[in-house]
Design a protein around this ligand. Structure first.
Ligand code: GLU
Length: 555
């Protein structure tokens, strides 16, 4: 007579160890707190994944815990070459340090609970699957797609709950002898089987479990005989979660809310393997308002779902994190207002206090948080950060920024941290655009715009403006107090037909106003209609450069 152990041996002849043997190799950690980030290397990192990884890391770091990076590459069709290193780089960019993971050169492992890449852990999954088969808690199944489809149609017709369970599973109730015959069959297809879980649940059972964020949750229990190992020998997410999070001795599973419906299944699996489950915390989903309706941020429809979007559009790493924390921690904004000198890193995250329902992603709010951040940091820091960013996205500008650091910092610093601070920058792209014209070579490239901007305006009158410039540069003195400088400009402007204020404009029949003259200077100096405070710009540029740019009225 064929025993259950025989079946397990037939399927996994090379596997000699048990779950208990593996547990000895990967003993409980002395550190009571550990968690992980478990992305798939698909070349796309969802903003929600950064949120989850930051939360898990922050929770670990607050508790002197271990933070692990595990690469979930069991869906090899979706894998994109180079993604693992991209993920590692991205975590570095976000200042999320990893304690253990495939983070050494060539993705070599750091840590004792290795390997940290799932495709290298096949043997461990087999050990678990083999033990489950020998205990009759799992079984090989070769139901074809067509057969599964047939079951689905039948269930639909008879209004039965869908799934592969009970008598709907062709192999669930087979004896060891029957299974052995199937396995020995010469039919090629017979070898193409998956391993299914023999779920102890049924359609009537309910289960109660604890979620750190959501408290007691009651749900329908799992009744499905889900697939544990696929035909390629790689595990499904469910088996991999049990095996890896147990063998890596993770104390806390901090993951997306989407995974919560699987908890009943995961608890059944932990119980079937004789293991104690970790603590769960399912984070709120990040939603977006679309025509008044809330929906998930979609990889397909929303460019901002991809973390890369923020970098390309010049958002600060710190901002992205602050914004995400704002979304999930309703107390964060108040705490930050009360302690403006502190950063997001100074505040403790309390998993149980985070938003439960959902978090609404709002690009406008995001920009305002980013603006707050960029306005707060020192100009030296602003320089360093924008230089790092420009090196990657605007290398020519980066060279200019480095060629005259004092000039660049002075340009950045205009009106910052003063009572009049207009808080000019919401993204690094804003900084780049407002810095560019300070450099002569860049201003040269932009000069083509100027005539277009001047056209239809008095300032397109070259002869008139040349005369104005000739007179103005004789008296220009950038060391004057700003009020005197402005009065002087107004006085000279009047001679050329520019009213000094609205009253003069109405009463004296001027055709133009001082604002038009300021726009002329702005365009002449900066090739832009929006610039920082004009006098400050002139002071930073210095008289020589200002005169040179003004003399180029024809350019
Ligand atoms: N690879 C899974 C995902 O990216 C991990 C989920 C988890 O944290 O357990 O969704």
């Amino acid at each position: 007579m064929i025993t259950r152990n025989d079946i397990a041996d037939m399927i996994f002849p090379d596997v000699k160890e048990t779950i208990a043997d593996l547990e000895k190799k990967f003993p409980e950690r002395t550190n009571p707190i550990s968690s992980r980030f478990a992305p798939s290397p698909t070349g796309f990192l969802h903003i929600g994944a950064i949120f989850a990884s930051f939360t898990a890391w922050k929770f670990c770091s607050q508790n002197n815990g271990i933070f692990v990076l595990r690469i979930e590459d069991t869906d090899q069709k979706r894998e994109v070459a180079g993604s693992i290193n991209e993920i590692i780089e991205l975590l570095k960019t976000f200042n999320i340090p990893i304690t253990e993971g495939p983070i050494w050169e060539n993705n070599a492992n750091v840590g004792d609970y290795w390997p940290y890449i799932q495709s290298q852990r096949k043997y461990f999954y087999q050990v678990f699957a083999k033990q489950l088969i020998s205990e009759w808690k799992a079984y090989p199944c070769r139901m074809t797609e067509e057969e599964i489809d047939e079951v689905r149609k039948q269930q639909e017709k008879t209004k039965k709950t869908p799934g592969i369970y009970g008598n709907y599973s062709k192999r669930r109730n087979m004896s060891a002898d029957e299974i052995q015959k199937k396995l020995m069959s010469s039919d090629e297809d017979a070898k193409q089987f998956v391993i299914r879980f023999r779920s102890p649940g049924d359609l009537t059972k309910r289960v109660v479990f604890e979620d750190i964020l959501r408290g007691k949750i009651e749900m329908m229990d799992n009744y499905n005989d889900i697939v544990l190992l696929k035909t390629d020998g790689l595990p499904t997410y469910h088996l991999a979660h049990i095996v890896d999070d147990h063998l890596m001795r993770m104390s806390h599973i901090i993951r997306a809310e989407e995974r919560m419906p699987s908890v009943p299944l995961h608890l059944q699996l932990f119980a079937a393997c004789g293991l104690t489950p970790p603590k769960y915390c399912h984070l709120a989903q990040i939603l977006k308002l679309d025509e008044g309706k809330k929906r998930k941020l979609s990889k397909r429809k929303d460019p901002e779902a991809n973390v890369a979007y923020f970098f390309e559009n010049g958002y600060a790493v710190q901002w992205i994190l602050e914004y995400l924390i704002n979304l999930i921690d309703s107390k964060f904004e108040d705490r930050q207002k009360a302690n403006p000198e502190k950063t997001y890193l100074d505040f403790e995250i309390k998993l149980e206090d985070m938003n439960k329902a959902w978090a609404l992603f709002d690009l406008v709010k995001l920009q305002s948080v980013n603006n707050g951040y960029l306005s707060r940091i020192s100009t030296d820091e602003l320089y360093e950060q924008s230089l790092t960013r420009a090196k990657k996205y605007r290398p020519e500008l980066a060279k200019l920024m480095e060629s005259d650091v004092v000039y660049t910092k002075a340009a950045l610093n205009i009106e910052r941290h003063t009572p009049k601070d207009p808080k000019r920058f919401s993204t690094y792209a804003d900084i780049e655009n407002q810095l560019r014209f300070f450099y002569d070579s860049e201003r040269e490239k932009m000069s083509g715009n100027v005539e277009a901007l001047k056209s239809g305006n008095v300032i397109a009158d070259k002869e008139l403006m040349k005369k104005f410039v000739a007179e103005y540069i004789q008296v220009l003195d950038l060391s004057m107090p700003v009020e005197d400088w402005f009065n002087q400009l107004k006085e000279i402007g009047k001679k050329y037909g520019f009213a000094g204020n609205n009253a003069e404009f109405k009463e004296w029949g001027y055709i133009w106003k001082i604002g038009d003259l300021a726009m002329f200077l702005r365009l002449q100096l900066c090739c832009a209609t929006q610039t920082p405070d004009l006098f400050s710009v002139m002071q930073v540029m210095g008289k020589e450069r200002v005169v040179k740019r003004m003399n180029g009225v024809n350019s």
